[in-house]
Design a protein. Structure first.
Length: 348
C-alpha cells in the first residue's frame, strides 16, 4: 500500500557500525542550554541547574507496536518521539532531550534508516528537543526502537497521577478516538491492497483520522495554556491506552471514583461519520481506543470558571468518593461501570 519511493538500497553493512551511527546522527543540532555535551562521547552531559528532571522511556517492536505495511518509517520515527514527549507533558514538565536506540535487521537498507531518522529529526525540531545519544545494533528480525526522554520542571509544577480529589472536575484536551479509527481505515486499505495491489486508495474522507494515527502530536502547548489560565491540575495522565484505562489509573492512584458523561465526550465530526460507516459505536471507540496523545487531568471545581468554554478543553465528568466507583453515565442516564479494556477489546 505504501509505495516504495526510495528504490535505492544501500546495505547498512557497507558503512559498518560507526559509519552508520555517524551518518544517521550528523545532522542533529543542540538547542537546549541544559545540554552540555550531546552525541559523540561515551556519555552525554547535562546541567539542569535548579530544575527537577523527569525521565521516561518507551520501546516499540515491529509487528507488536507498528506495522510497516502502512506506517511509513518517517512517521514511525516522528510518532516514537511524540509518544515519549507526551509522557513528559503528562507530568506538566517540558521535554528537553531524547536518546534513541535502535536494533535493525539487515533487511533494512540505509535509505530506510534515513527515513526513520528524518522523522525523528522533524519531531525533535518541532518540540525543540536535543537528540543527545543512543545505541545502534543489529537484530535477527525486524526493527526495535527505544527512546528515552528527559524533561525539566520546577518541583511545584510537577503533576502526578495521584492528586485527584473527590470534588474535582475531569478534563480532556482536544478530541478522542480518531487515532483508533485511523488505524481501522489503514488496516482496511491494507487488506484491499493485498487482494488488489493496483487499487488506488481514496483516503480523502479519512485524512484527519489517518493523520491522528500516523502523525500524532504531543500536547506540549497545554503546560503553557494552563499556566496562563492559572490552573494547576491535581492529577494528570496522557491518553495512550484509551480514556477509560487512563481514568481508572487516576482513580486508583488518587483513591477516588468518577462519573464520566457520554454526552460530553469530544468527538470530531469525521470520527463520528467513519464510526457509522464501520458500524462501530463511537462511544465505545472514544473510551477504549488509544494513541490519541491528548492529556486527561483533574482540576479543583473552583477552577470551573477559568476553563469553561475554552476550545482547548472539555469537561467530561467529575470525580466522586472512591466508594461510588467509576462509571460512564450514558445519554439515557444509566450508569455503566468503566472497564480498562484498552484498545484490544475493540477487536474482540
Ligand atoms: P558506545 O561504544 O559508547 O556505545 P557508540 O559507538 O554506540 O558508543 O555511539 C557513539 C555515539 O553515538 C554516542 O554518543 C551514542 O550516544 C551515539 N549514538 C549511537 N547510536 C545512536 C542512535 N541510534 N541515535 C542517536 N545517537 C546514537
Ligand atoms: Mg553503543
Amino acid at each position: 500500500m505504501i509505495e516504495d519511493k526510495n528504490p535505492q538500497r544501500t546495505s547498512i553493512s557497507q558503512l559498518g557500525e560507526f559509519g552508520l551511527i555517524e551518518h544517521l546522527t550528523k545532522n542533529f543540532e543542540i538547542n537546549q542550554s541544559s545540554t552540555l555535551k550531546g552525541i559523540g562521547d561515551d556519555a552525554a552531559v547535562l546541567d539542569f541547574k535548579d530544575k527537577k528532571v523527569v525521565v521516561s522511556t518507551d520501546i516499540m517492536v515491529e509487528g507488536v507496536h507498528f506495522d510497516l505495511a502502512y506506517m511509513p518509517l518517517k512517521h514511525l520515527g516522528y510518532k516514537a518521539v511524540v509518544s515519549n514527549v507526551s509522557d513528559i507533558c503528562a507530568m506538566n514538565a517540558k521535554a528537553t532531550q531524547i536518546t534513541v536506540s535502535i536494533a535493525v535487521s539487515n533487511r533494512f537498507p540505509l535509505e530506510a534508516l534515513e527515513e526513520l531518522f528524518h522523522g525523528i529529526t522533524l519531531a525533535a525540531n518541532e518540540y525543540k528537543i536535543d537528540v543527545i545519544g543512543g545505541d545502534t545494533t543489529s537484530s535477527q528480525k525486524g526493527l526495535i526502537i527505544s527512546i528515552t526522554v528527559l524533561g525539566e520542571a520546577d518541583e511545584e509544577e510537577i503533576v502526578y497521577r495521584n492528586g485527584a480529589k473527590s470534588t474535582d472536575l475531569l478534563v480532556v484536551t482536544g478530541d478522542i478516538g480518531a487515532a483508533y479509527m485511523g488505524l481501522q481505515v489503514l488496516e482496511r486499505e491494507k487488506q484491499v491492497f493485498q487482494v488488489n495491489p493496483n487499487s488506488q486508495p481514496d483516503l480523502e474522507l479519512y485524512t484527519y483520522l489517518i493523520e491522528r494515527q500516523l502523525k500524532p502530536e504531543a500536547r506540549a502547548d497545554v503546560r503553557t495554556l494552563l499556566h496562563a489560565l492559572e490552573i494547576k491540575p491535581t492529577a494528570m495522565i496522557d491518553i495512550s491506552d484509551g480514556l477509560s484505562s487512563e481514568i481508572i489509573h487516576i482513580c486508583k492512584q488518587s483513591k477516588v471514583g468518577c462519573n464520566l458523561y457520554e454526552d460530553k465526550l469530544p468527538l470530531d465530526p469525521q470520527f463520528i461519520n467513519v464510526c457509522e460507516e464501520f458500524d462501530i459505536d463511537s462511544t465505545t471507540v472514544a473510551i477504549n481506543g488509544g494513541e490519541d496523545y491528548e492529556l486527561l487531568f483533574t482540576i479543583p471545581i473552583d477552577d470551573f470558571d477559568k476553563i469553561k468554554g475554552n476550545p482547548n478543553f472539555s469537561i467530561i465528568g467529575h470525580m466522586t468518593e472512591e466508594s461510588e466507583g467509576i462509571h460512564l453515565v450514558t445519554r439515557a442516564n444509566t450508569k455503566i461501570p468503566l472497564k480498562a479494556r484498552g484498545w484490544n477489546a475493540l477487536s474482540e
